[in-house]
Design a protein around this ligand. Structure first.
Ligand SMILES: Cc1cc2nc3c(=O)[nH]c(=O)nc-3n(C[C@H](O)[C@H](O)[C@H](O)COP(=O)(O)OP(=O)(O)OC[C@H]3O[C@@H](n4cnc5c(N)ncnc54)[C@H](O)[C@@H]3O)c2cc1C
Length: 522
């Protein structure tokens, strides 16, 4: 059923351009893919819409809010924590809001303005198409899932393997337009609104007050991490659509390094791999006068390599990539960036020598520097979570209550070796299957449990809560990579401590009536 309705501009809707005809559709079985994201959590809603202009979006949202109907925003639904999964009310998809408005270069800086539904792949394509005008600048954060939208990436503060070197999505947001639940549009640029010790003046809303933000020294993005000196853009980034609807972004584009090398090192022993990785990090931290930088340092355990070897047989893009060698117990992928081929190659030779001291040889290494080879390495890395999700779909055929079970804590106080051991031992101890992979350099190892039945799923959930408690006891500040959404709220409660109340204050200030993305995070 398709309800065709006419909404009209009304008093106080200054940004709506006259009478607009918009489609509000009743949620139906055929559209049920709109009820879940990559976490496989399934929600419910009454109606949905796919506006084709920002004015239309504003008109729909305001009409819903005027009736007290909550709105859940959706980008490409690639999120893995259920943040875009509706919990009743109305769903707005940004799939047609995919216009790249244009770019501008000011001195050394290039900025692109775009609508929230532009996908990362489209943005990268735009940058390569306009390479001459942009002097080769592009969008550097790489959350690996290229179908994600920029609105979704900002709202989850998406980041990828290269985040220690190139930052996260929010870091690149220089300007923003956000529709607030009071119907006004907040237009801000970086530096316009910065929190002082006891709050921040927010245009269109007034002052948000806190008792004392000076003692909070915990870095991060999103409403749980606000502190004295936080830019409002960094509080809105990672807020999972709970504070306002992003209608336009201005993103900073940057130059890629002239020389990039990727190298995969295979190990007979996983402990060796993690010791090697520690030595690599130390080398780049201490002796970094080489003009060569460590852009990514990724770990693969035995189970993740096995899973990818099976998965890649079915995936056209991956068919030309070699299989992970059967002897390998673990692998480390390094990506190096530098000014010149000579320098990067010299550094790579040093790393090969280091690798030899761990018993490795050239035959246990893959390396490449052209764009296609680098892309293949990155695809192999991205194949791990994709393969896990494919497994999950297979398992869900026998029990659809099973959803994704993963951790993405950023742990500063445990070494990655300790963390890996901790995760692997937990799997053995509980008799569960899973994979450990991810970003060593930024201290975010991903732990994915693959349950075979609902009883194992429940066991896995309990295990993740236990791991969160253990992290919370050891770390004064735990950050995370893929958001909280609806799947990780219990973990958030354990880890966030008093920062949960801070997030609540911010949510209440922006959306007192709970009209946006209900049930996320809090
Ligand atoms: C195989 C795989 C690998 C992945 N790897 C990574 C990774 O390495 N790093 C990483 O960070 N993530 C990763 N992800 C997760 C995901 O790609 C990111 O979270 C991405 O940012 C989500 O974008 P999306 O467009 O799909 O957003 P959605 O999932 O649709 O939505 C995400 C959130 O954004 C909100 N939102 C969307 N648009 C708007 C808007 N216009 N205004 C306000 N709120 C909005 C939604 O309400 C929701 O809260 C991976 C996912 C998959 C499937």
């Amino acid at each position: 059923m398709n309800l065709r309705r006419r909404f009209y501009k009304s008093i106080g809707m200054a940004d709506t351009q006259g009478g607009l005809e918009v489609d509000i559709k009743i949620m139906s079985e055929q559209e049920s893919s709109r009820l879940r994201d990559e976490s496989r959590l399934t929600g419910f809603c009454d109606t949905f819409s796919v506006p084709s202009s920002v004015q239309e979006l504003q008109s729909i949202a305001k009409e819903m809010w005027a009736k007290g109907i909550p709105v859940t925003m959706q980008g490409a639904l690639t999120g893995i924590c259920g943040a875009a999964v509706p919990n009743g009310g109305h769903v707005i998809s940004t799939e047609k809001l995919n216009k790249i408005i244009g770019h501008e270069t000011v001195g050394d800086i290039a900025i692109v303005a775009l609508e929230p539904g532009v996908r990362l792949s489209e943005l990268l394509e735009y940058c390569s198409h306009n390479a001459a005008a942009l002097s080769g600048r592009t969008f550097l954060p790489d959350p690996t899932e290229k179908t994600a939208t920029v609105g979704g990436m900002f709202s989850c503060n998406a980041k990828g393997p290269n985040s220690p070197l190139h930052g996260d999505t929010t870091d690149k947001v220089l300007g923003l337009k956000i529709l607030l639940t009071n119907g006004s549009v907040l237009k801000i640029h970086r530096g316009d609104c910065v929190f002082d010790k006891d709050g921040c003046d927010v245009p269109e809303l007034g002052r948000i007050c806190f008792a004392d933000l000076s003692k909070i020294g915990c870095a991060g993005k999103g409403p749980a991490f606000v502190h004295e000196g936080s830019d409002l853009i960094d509080v809105l980034g990672g807020s999972e659509g709970m504070l306002g609807i992003v209608t336009e972004l201005e993103l900073e584009l940057e130059k890629t390094a002239p020389e990039i090398w990727g190298a995969m090192f295979f190990f007979f022993d996983k402990d060796e791999a993690l010791i090697f990785a520690q030595a690599v990090e130390a080398r780049f931290e201490i002796e970094n006068d080489t003009g060569v930088y460590l852009a990514a340092e990724e770990y693969f355990d035995t189970a993740s390599m096995k899973l990818v070897n099976e998965y890649k047989k079915e995936v056209t893009l991956l068919k030309s990539a070699p299989d992970f060698p059967p002897f390998a117990k673990s692998a480390i992928y390094l990506e190096l960036e530098g000014e010149s081929a000579d320098k990067v190659e010299a550094e790579l030779s040093e790393l090969l020598e280091m690798f030899a001291s761990y018993g490795g040889g050239e035959d246990d290494t893959w390396a490449g520097s052209d764009a296609e080879e680098i892309e293949k390495f990155r695809l192999l890395r991205h194949a791990v979570p994709e393969a896990v999700n494919t497994e999950l779909d297979r398992i869900r055929q026998s029990d659809s209550r099973i959803c994704k079970l993963s951790t993405d804590f950023e742990t500063s106080e445990f070494s990655m070796r300790e963390t890996e051991r901790f995760y692997s031992a937990a799997l053995i101890d509980r008799g569960l299957k899973g994979v450990v992979f991810g970003h060593l350099h930024s201290r975010r190892l991903h732990f994915n449990i693959i349950p075979e039945c609902f009883a194992e799923y429940e066991k896995g959930r309990a295990l993740i809560a236990e791991l969160a408690r253990a992290q919370g006891e050891q770390n004064s500040c735990v950050n995370w990579e893929n958001g909280i959404g609806k799947m990780k709220k219990d973990v958030f409660s354990i880890l966030a401590g008093s920062r949960r109340a801070t997030a609540e204050t911010i949510k209440h200030f922006f959306d007192e009536k709970g009209l946006l993305n209900p049930s996320n995070m809090l």
